[in-house]
Design a protein. Structure first.
Length: 333
């Protein structure tokens, strides 16, 4: 039984690029009679906005998607909101520390930028971590666990806020993506030891997504190709935690005519914009499907009507470009 998921972050309105990923993840699960899980990734306190979770879920339902488990419908793996799953992340951090894979890190972003040797080096998480704090004991910075009721060694003389980083071993990580084929990346070379819990004690995305996909029995993670470098890191976390990784399908991004990610462009069109403009959800579904080979431009069809058309083989492997005229037609301008 396939278990898929969509994991939105309530940091902004869902734009068409997010909606496309959600639609494809949903189609992948539904086409095989599988279950679909909605998980809200609200771990970034500085960026999460109140009310957006509800608005995002309402927009996805308007589009015609449904889910068997999620914050609004419950399910066997509740809660489905990451800020309420902290105890699970703490347990995983303790396990990583026991395996010698964590260290505490006092470096600020500024320290790291100053230490970066190459001006253009590094990956999607900034310059490669230079290893400054690798010898630092993580235990004073762990939450108390059953084995260590006082929280490791009972505090540290150093009161600076510390992040926890995952200790990397050099080498490539390879995996077979359902769409992209064999992908090999070396996360130790591009990001280096990465943060698994931030200085404000909030679990980092990389850790939370691994813990949650495993705990929720997710068999397939369908998500944007911008997350490929993260996947390599996450596979290392699955291994270190002794957990099975799901299969991955990374969907190529949607780009504007200028080659920039639609999602990142100023004024990206959101589902809420389309709704407010009176566009029918069937039109949005068909428009999204037409950007990935599943519908012809101008068609109208519901998400459910698209299910029989699902085929990984029809999906493009390279980013799709949409021009402003196509967006304007969608919005009926
Ligand atoms: N919360 C992540 C995002 O919105 C999703 C990451 C994932 O699907 O693993 O980008």
């Amino acid at each position: 039984m396939i278990r898929g998921r969509f994991a939105p972050s309530p940091t902004g309105a869902l734009h068409l690029g997010n909606a496309r990923t959600a639609l494809l993840a949903w189609l992948h699960a539904r086409a095989s009679g599988g279950r679909f899980v909605m998980r809200v990734e609200d771990l970034d306190p500085g960026r999460v906005r109140p009310g957006l979770m509800e608005a995002q879920l309402a927009d996805l339902r308007w589009l015609g998607l449904d889910w068997d488990e999620g914050p609004d419908v419950g399910g066997p793996h509740a809660p489905y909101v990451q800020t309420r799953r902290t105890a699970l992340y703490d347990t995983a951090l303790n396990r990583l520390a026991d395996a010698g894979r964590l260290f505490a890190c006092a470096c600020s972003r500024r320290d790291l930028a100053a230490a970066a040797s190459a001006p253009h080096g590094g990956g999607d998480e900034g310059p490669r971590y230079p290893g400054t704090c690798r010898a630092r004991d993580p235990r004073p910075w762990l939450a108390p666990s059953d084995d260590q009721p006082n929280g490791g060694e009972g505090g540290s003389a150093d009161t600076r806020p510390m992040a926890l980083r995952f200790r990397m071993e050099p080498g490539e990580v390879c995996f077979d993506d359902l769409l992209q084929g064999r992908v090999c990346l070396d996360p130790s070379a591009d990001a280096g030891d990465f943060v698994v819990r931030r200085r404000d004690w909030v679990a980092a995305y990389q850790l939370a997504v691994v813990v949650d996909d495993a705990a929720m029995g997710i068999t397939h993670a369908v998500r944007g190709a911008d997350l490929l470098p993260s996947t390599a890191r996450q596979i290392l976390l699955y291994r270190a935690l002794g957990l099975a990784a799901p299969a991955f399908l990374h969907v190529p991004l949607l780009l504007g005519a200028d080659g920039e990610r639609l999602a990142k462009r100023h004024g990206a069109v959101s589902l809420a914009d389309a709704r407010a403009a009176g566009v029918a959800p069937e039109r949005v579904v068909a428009w999204l499907a037409s950007t990935c080979g599943l519908a012809a431009p101008g068609e109208e069809l519901t998400a459910a009507e698209l299910v029989p058309r699902w085929s990984v083989k029809r999906l493009p492997r390279t980013p799709s470009t949409v021009d402003d005229a196509s967006l304007a037609r969608l919005l009926g301008e």
